[in-house]
Design a protein around this ligand. Sequence first.
Ligand SMILES: Cc1cc2nc3c(=O)[nH]c(=O)nc-3n(C[C@H](O)[C@H](O)[C@H](O)COP(=O)(O)O)c2cc1C
Length: 380
Amino acid sequence: MLRILTAGESHGKGLVGIIEGFPSNVRVDINEIHQDLARRQKGYGRGGRMKIEQDQVEILSGVRNGKTLGSPIAFLIKNKDYENWESYMDPMEADIETKKVTNPRPGHADLTGARKYGFDDVRNVLERSSARETAARVAAGSIVKQLLKVFGIEAAAHVTAIGKAALEEEIWDFEKIKEAEDSPVRCVDPIVAQQMIQRIDDAKETGDSLGGIFEIHIKGLPVGLGSYVQWDRKIDAKLAYALMSIQAIKGIEFGFGFKNAQKPGSQVHDEIFYERERGIYRSTNQAGGIEGGMTNGEPIVIRCAMKPIPTLCKPLRTIDLHTGEPADASVERSDTCAVPAAAVVGEMVALTVIGEEFIRKFGGDSLEEMMQRWKACKST
Ligand SMILES: Cc1cc2nc3c(=O)[nH]c(=O)nc-3n(C[C@H](O)[C@H](O)[C@H](O)COP(=O)(O)O)c2cc1C
C-alpha cells in the first residue's frame, strides 16, 4: 500500500516527506518535482513568503542514480526563511516569548488547536496547521505523477471561480484546461481571469480575503481502480478524504454531482455504447469518471470549494487567550487568495490517491512487474 507522511513546521528547518510502498525502477526527474513545487508557489493573490521561498527538494533515500529502489523515499524541503526564525523555532533552545501569539484567528486551527494540545501560545498550532505543509504533499504527488505518466495517466487543474468571478461555461477539454498553466489565476478564460484579479485586488485593498472553486481532471485511467465491495475501498470516497484534508477545502463534487441532484435520472446517467474499433464507450461523462466507487475509464472530474483565507489584514474579532478580553485576531504574513495554488495541491493529492489504487491493482515490487499486469489487463 502506498503511504505518504509529512512532517515540519512552517518556520522550522524544513518539511520532510516519506513515501512508503513505491515500486522500484521508476525514473525520478528532480526538475519535474521542482516545476510542480514552483506551480504551487505561483498565483495572483499570494503573500510575501512565496517570493522568499522558491522550494527545492533534496531526496534523502529510496532513489539511487535517478531510479527508485522500492525502499521508503524520504525527502527534505528546506525552509529558506528558517535563518530569520532559527532563534524562535530552534527545537532545543528557542525564544518563545518574542513570537508568541495569543489572539486566535477565527477560521484557523488556532483556538481549537491550543485548547486541544494545552498551549497558551497559538504559534505552537499555526506552525504545523499552516498550508506550508502542502509543499511536501506536492513533492510526494509529483513523484507519484512520474510513475503514473509511464502508464499514460495525466492530470490538470484549473480555477473556475474566485469569489463571485466565475466561469459560466463548463470547460472539460483537457488540452484547453492545460492552458490555465499560463494564467496568473489559473483560469482559462482571460476575461474571467481579469475579473478574478480585480476581485483579489478589491479584497486586498479592504484587508479581506477570498476563496473559490477549482476543478481537477484526470485522464488515461484504466477501468476498475477502487471497488464497490467495501465502503473504504471506493475511489470517490478516498479522493474526497484526501482532498478534504487540504487546508481550507470545504466542499467536493464529482462530475455534475450537485446539478445532477436536481435532474431526473434520464438526463443524468451516462448511456453505454459499443463500437468494434472503439470498444465500450460513453457519449457523456456526467458521473465524472466514477461509478460504484470505481473508475469507469472516462476522465475523473472533481470540483473542490475552498473557503476564504482565515488571516485577514483587517482582523476579525477574537479574544486574548491570556486575559479573555476582546481583541483583534492575529495577523501573520498571509495570502489574500490561494485558490490557484490550492488547485495545484489538489491535483497532486488526487494523483497520490490514483497512484495508491493503481499500485493496489497492478502492484508489484518493480515497475516492470506492474507493466506486465497492466498490459495483461488492457488486452482483456
Ligand atoms: C495553498 C494554500 C495556502 C493557504 N494560505 C493561507 C494563508 O496565507 N493564510 C491563512 O490564514 N490561511 C491559509 N490557508 C488556509 C489555512 O491553512 C486553513 O484555513 C487552516 O489551516 C484551517 O484549516 P481548515 O480551513 O481546513 O479548517 C491556505 C490554504 C492553502 C491550501
